[in-house]
Design a protein around this ligand. Structure first.
Ligand code: 15L
Length: 267
């Protein structure tokens, strides 16, 4: 197999659970971590419970790892403290450990919410200014900047995947545009992991949907070609294609409902 040991963080999450099964052919051992309890290790697996905010634990977690698929951390708008601990402090721990252990590449699950405040009428590419739509989105911007720094400073390669909406099926009209089929995500991760030189690459993770807000020309070197489309689910959402009410901000901006989430503070 191409890798001796791959680490998948967030292995108990929606995408982690799906990827756990699909990445097995790529490594002799897949190390799976999550802050929660997850199903016990099967053949060719190691399970490690790990809180990203615990620096020493993260250092141990990275021991003997060849490459990292980072799907851990907070994945929606949440209490600011939780986001800071997992996605900022925790991500810094991860990159420090990657550096100390001499690991060469990270695949980072970023999010389209780093640009969610662009209007749905605009086409966005990887070089355009960030316009996060919530504090969670801001934390993903931090991840893109941190990984850029570790590349420029130490040569650690990262592919940032600005994932749209990766679920078995689109759940609303917006997701007809942002849908990333699970199979396409697996293929995108494969391209990110196996392309010989990626430097610091930012790519939008989206299937070949009829409407797209994102231009992936700066990530062409990954060779990713989506095989799926939300068209498979055409007609499922009555409002799909209709003109949204002028005051509906969730239809005005690419981030949809995330734009009105607002920062959440602990009382
Ligand atoms: C995200 O960043 C979330 O992690 C995911 O749960 C979805 O809500 C997705 O964005 C989306 O925009 O649909």
């Amino acid at each position: 197999k191409p890798f001796k040991r791959l680490l998948l963080t967030g292995a108990g999450g929606g995408l982690g659970t799906m990827l756990r099964e699909r990445i097995k052919p790529w490594a002799d051992v897949v190390r799976l971590s999550d802050v929660r309890d997850i199903p016990a290790a099967g053949p060719g697996e190691e399970v490690v419970r790990c809180d990203l905010a615990d620096r020493d634990a993260v250092l141990d977690l990275l021991d003997g790892v060849d490459a990292v698929l980072h799907f851990g951390g907070v994945s929606v708008e949440e209490e600011v403290d939780k986001i800071v601990q997992a996605n900022i402090v925790g991500l810094h721990h991860l990159y420090e450990a990657v550096h100390k252990k001499g690991i060469k590449r990270v695949i980072y699950a970023s999010s389209s919410h780093v640009v969610g405040f662009y209007p749905t009428t605009e086409r966005v590419d990887a070089t355009m200014p960030l316009r996060p739509d919530c504090i969670y989105g801001v934390s993903k911007c931090f991840g893109e900047a941190l990984s850029r720094y570790y590349y420029d400073r130490f040569g650690i390669e990262t592919v940032c995947l600005r994932i749209g909406s990766s679920f078995p099926e689109p759940r609303n009209a917006r997701m007809m545009v942002t849908f990333l089929a699970h199979d396409d995500l697996v293929e995108l991760v494969r391209c990110a992991l196996f392309t010989p030189r990626v430097g610091h690459t930012i790519t939008f993770g989206v299937s070949d949907n009829k409407t797209s807000w994102w231009d992936n020309r700066h990530a062409a070197h990954l060779g990713f070609e989506a095989q799926h489309s939300s068209s498979t689910f055409a007609g499922r959402f009555p409002q799909d294609g209709a003109r949204p009410p002028a005051d509906d901000v969730t239809a005005t901006y690419q981030g949809g409902p995330f734009v009105v989430a607002g920062p959440i503070y602990k009382n």
